[in-house]
Design a protein around this ligand. Structure first.
Ligand SMILES: Cc1ncc(C[n+]2csc(CCOP(=O)(O)OP(=O)(O)O)c2C)c(N)n1
Length: 674
């Protein structure tokens, strides 16, 4: 079926097979340019699924690009959400928008988010990116179509690694049981995932036999052969009494020789030379106006830069990181501290690490990378956060010190009931790594930015929670949690490089806060501050307090620097690295001593701040001795966005400037009421 004009009942465009092949090739080229302009994104999987995308959007699906919500349209659910660019190119080529717009991929405020966002971009049918959820949505839509006697077909696009998610099998079971013959699942079986070959990470084969036993009609094809794709979809559409799965055998990175079958190209974008080489291989060099496309992306970025700069609170000068010759900081991602600790301390035979197919990025693979003898104690679970959490508990029950980690959204949320009932209720010795906490995860966007994990995790009885402020503190915290805390424990760390503000000899006492005081500008930012264990600190009569956790501690320190230099306001920064148990005494003393508390978290506002405010409100000491005003910095009840990490820190108003602005406002209120 060609692309339709739903109002007139006419054909808008009917692609021939040759035209489809050409379109898929062009889409591959635009994909490379867009990823290159974004400087991040998923090359391998977008290329493996491109022929299927072209066939689906340009030939097979019934849809009307001028009327994206036409009720008679086929529904296409892009469950394999990280392959969003191919979805965008399919929509663009079909005419939903100018296809060249896709060069704004992964940029702040653009509708071309790192993972699909349906209200932002007409034609997208669902938010996806948390793997394994799309097929269930497709089952629901197919059931609705049946109930309402609508004639649409529902297509789901899934990955082979994605089939490690238990939820996929629940959906497969449901579709089989309900005999949903209006549902077609197309599996991009490129045999690779992030950590390597699917068969090595967690084998899903024999896939065809599994689907058959779940009562599905199974078709297997070469996923790069347009004729086979068209024929298979036709066959699936006319098959009655069962849902159909098309297992499309594909090559990850198809069309670009240095990307083909290479796991390292999963989540990596080509640089300019690599993109040009790719375009040459696709026969597109000279046919695509690359410079104009890149300029279009750059122009959009320039607009973002201007708008964002206008939004930032202003002070006498620009205090942002590393802009002046003074106050230099070294940056290092907090996640590196986690990996270093595992690498250095992993010799203990009790330590067992569980991987969830994101091992390099969250640094859990450091456990074995330089220590091949530990390989047998690294157990790959596949993309299966729920079962992985239960397995961690089982290992812990038998005396292991188990470490399970993935993105915080999936290690604290996807498995919340498993954490609650299996890990915490049983009080098992499991260290959960909540990686990629906060908006600074960057261009992957909302689905991958853990902004609710502290709400989820801190509410669990028996759970200990640490959110370290830099990579040095992350290493100390990881070591401490591993060997000194027996029971459930959560460590939250971030993806982006953030300032190193502590040293080897900076105090780190679990459950005890540090006070950080600004003492005047220095060549290096770290030297401008003194850090003292809060219980050893004597008040210096500061004007206000900023209580922070994680990489918001460096931002709070920068706020203290701004407040002193611009307004001569003295700030007590309190680094609460341990959220559970909380150092209540440090908070109460700060409240009594200064009367102003600003909390700062890179999280939905309140996950941290509410805990601090609960301490303040319940303190009889404060009630008797002080008047306290509080304010909170955090993400204001909204989902994340794609963008560069530091752009997002500004856009979500969690920068040092935002902290300083709020602190100054509260300080002025305090002064006006004195
Ligand atoms: C629930 C969840 N866990 C982890 C991830 C991180 N992640 C993104 S892509 C990916 C690998 C997907 O493998 P596959 O489905 O085979 O896709 P392909 O290799 O074709 O890109 C993982 C683990 C995620 N997006 N969602």
């Amino acid at each position: 079926m060609p692309i339709l004009d739903s109002k007139m009942g006419k054909v808008r465009k009917n692609y021939s097979v040759e035209e489809l092949k050409e379109a898929a090739n062009l889409m591959r080229g635009l994909n490379l340019v867009s990823l290159c302009a974004a400087k991040s994104g998923h090359s391998g999987g977008t290329l493996s699924i491109m022929d299927i995308t072209a066939a689906l959007y340009l030939k097979v699906a019934r849809h009307d690009p001028q009327d994206p919500f036409w009720d008679g349209r086929d529904r296409i659910i892009w469950s394999t959400g990280h392959k969003a660019p191919s979805l965008y190119l399919g929509l663009g080529m079909a005419g939903y928008f100018d296809v060249e717009e896709v060069v704004k991929l992964r940029k702040l405020w653009a509708p071309f988010q790192g993972h699909p966002h349906w209200p932002k971009l007409p034609g997208v049918e669902a938010y996806t990116g948390s793997l394994g959820q799309g097929l269930s949505i497709a089952v629901g839509i197919a059931l609705a179509g049946r109930l309402d006697e609508k004639g649409y077909t529902v297509y789901a696009l899934t990955g082979d690694g994605e089939h490690q998610e238990g939820q996929i099998w629940e959906a497969i079971m449901e579709a089989g049981d309900y005999k949903l013959d209006n549902l077609i699942n197309i599996v991009d079986k490129n045999r690779l995932q992030i950590d390597g070959w699917v068969k090595d990470v967690m084998d899903i084969d024999p896939l065809a036999e599994k689907y058959k036993s779940f009562k599905w009609n199974v078709i297997e094809i070469d996923g790069h052969n347009i004729e086979e794709i068209l024929k298979a979809i036709q066959e699936a559409k006319s098959f009655r009494g069962k849902p159909s799965v098309i297992i499309a055998h594909t090559v990850k990175g198809k069309g670009v020789d240095f990307m083909e079958d290479i796991a390292g190209w999963h989540g990596k974008a080509p640089n300019y030379e690599q993109m040009m080489s790719g375009l040459e291989q696709l026969g597109l060099k000279g046919n695509l106006d690359v410079e104009r496309l890149l300029q279009k992306a750059a122009d959009y970025q320039a607009q973002v830069d201007t708008k964002l700069a206008a939004k930032q609170p202003k002070f006498s000068r620009d205090y942002f990181w590393n802009l002046s010759p003074k106050m230099n900081v070294k940056m290092d991602p907090t996640r590196k501290g986690f990996g270093r600790a595992l690498s250095e301390r992993g010799d203990d035979e009790r330590v067992v690490c569980l991987g969830a197919d994101i091992s390099g990025s969250i640094t859990i693979s450091q456990f074995y990378e330089d220590h091949p003898e530990r390989r047998n104690r690294f157990l790959s679970m596949g993309i299966a956060e729920q079962s992985g959490t239960g397995v961690a508990a089982g290992l812990a029950k038998e005396g292991k010190i188990t470490v399970f980690g993935t993105y915080g959204v999936f290690s604290a949320g996807r498995n919340l009931d498993q954490l609650r009932t299996t890990v915490c209720y049983g009080n098992f010795n499991v260290l959960i790594a909540g990686a990629h906490g906060g908006v600074s995860v960057g261009p992957d966007g909302a689905t991958h930015q853990a902004l609710e994990d502290l709400f989820q995790i801190c509410g669990l009885p028996n759970m200990k929670v640490v959110v370290p402020c830099d990579s040095v503190e992350t290493k100390k915290a990881t070591e401490y949690l591993l060997f000194e805390i027996k029971g459930p424990k959560y460590i939250r760390y971030a993806r982006e490089a953030t300032p190193i503000v502590t040293r080897e000899d900076t105090p780190f006492v679990f459950g005890k806060a540090n006070v950080v005081r600004y003492g005047g500008e220095k060549e290096n930012f770290i030297d401008a501050f003194e850090t003292i264990l809060a219980s050893n600190y004597t008040s210096e009569g500061e004007d206000l307090t900023i209580v922070a956790c994680g990489p918001e501690v460096p931002e709070a320190m920068r706020a203290a620097y701004i407040l002193k230099e611009d307004f001569d306001i003295e700030t007590r920064v309190v680094n609460i690295h341990t959220l559970k148990p909380l150092d209540e005494e440090a908070i109460i003393r700060a409240a009594i001593d200064t009367g102003v508390i600003v909390t700062a978290e890179e999280h939905q506002v309140g996950g941290f701040g509410n805990r601090i405010s609960a301490v303040v409100c319940q303190s009889l000491d404060i009630y008797q001795k002080a008047r306290v005003i509080m304010g909170m910095i955090g993400v204001k009840d909204r989902f994340g966005e794609s963008g560069q990490p530091w752009e997002l820190i500004k856009e979500f108003e969690v920068s040092g400037e935002h902290i300083a602005k709020l602190a100054k406002e509260l300080y002025d209120k305090k002064k006006s009421l004195e």
